[in-house]
Design a protein around this ligand. Sequence first.
Ligand code: SF4
Length: 85
Amino acid sequence: METDTTWMSAGNCHNQPPSTFFPSDGVGVEVAKKVCADCPVLGRCLDYALENRIEHGVWGGASERQRRRLLKARRIPVSAVPSYS
Ligand code: SF4
């Protein structure tokens, strides 16, 4: 689990109100995702949110629902993926 958060200061959201990234509706989610879209630390932010199981807000350009799907997909063991060879 990553504990270093110094990368956060390089994010596009650094000077944005935190409330932007904790929207109450889908329109707000899209606004936040646009800020994330060209963020230089997007990948690191997304990994941080996934590894730390952060449930709320937009992180790494992903909504709460998108992160739940990513976590679910990552939990599928490789042996459970069918082989088509
Ligand atoms: S990806 Fe989005 S939430 Fe994460 S640091 Fe960048 S702007 Fe902020």
